[in-house]
Design a protein around this ligand. Structure first.
Ligand code: ZN
Length: 191
């Protein structure tokens, strides 16, 4: 199993974790910024993380892995490779999460749901609902980063590689502002 520091090192190296002084889309300030998708630029690092996470779901009879597009497509594929399972992804159709492209699940099939980051667990829950519509069995959820502090309840056991609490501050209370550090607005939306 990868140690927390090894995972942090991969996140720093691949640009997932930025440290400095940031203003988030919420307007709050933070000393850390996380953009999980960036690890997917690096197949070797991404494979390393997925192999570690998949190992926690071995011997559970999983035959399909499903994640929500776009963020979890590559992750689903890597996880499925490790588990000897099929890799599927859900998409939104008129706002509703669904399996398209003739993807299907068998009744009773044991399914792992994956997502790169879990915060409230909303998208994971939506994918679990899709799995249930096929009378398949969602046996668990695998996420790279848990930003809920382990509090997200999605109705199935959640395994994460790492739990992350990112402290945020109102601009007027920000200790980094007080230190006079220049504030950076990351280019893309916060997860
Ligand atoms: Zn600040």
């Amino acid at each position: 199993m990868l140690e927390r520091e090894e995972i942090m090192a991969i996140f720093r190296r691949t640009g997932v974790l930025w440290e400095g002084h940031f203003v988030l889309t919420s307007g709050l300030h933070s000393g850390r910024y996380l953009q999980c998708a960036r690890v997917q630029q690096f197949p070797e690092e991404n494979a390393l993380l997925c192999r570690d996470l998949a190992a926690r779901f071995k011997d559970q009879g999983i035959t399909a892995v499903v994640g929500p597009a776009i963020g979890a497509i590559i992750m689903s594929y890597e996880m499925a490779r490790n588990l000897g399972a099929r890799a599927l992804f859900t998409e939104r159709e008129n706002g509703v999460m669904t399996l398209r492209r003739s993807f299907t699940l068998e009744p009773g099939e044991r399914v792992l749901v994956v997502e790169d980051v879990i915060t409230t667990g909303g998208s994971v829950k939506e994918v679990i609902e899709v799995v249930k519509q096929y009378n398949a069995v969602p046996v668990g959820a695998g996420v790279l980063v848990d930003r809920s502090g382990g509090r997200a309840d999605v109705g199935v056991p959640v395994q994460s590689l790492i739990t992350f609490d990112i402290e945020t501050y109102k601009p007027e209370d920000c200790p980094l502002c007080r230190q006079g550090l220049p504030v950076v607005k990351p280019g893309s939306r916060q997860q």
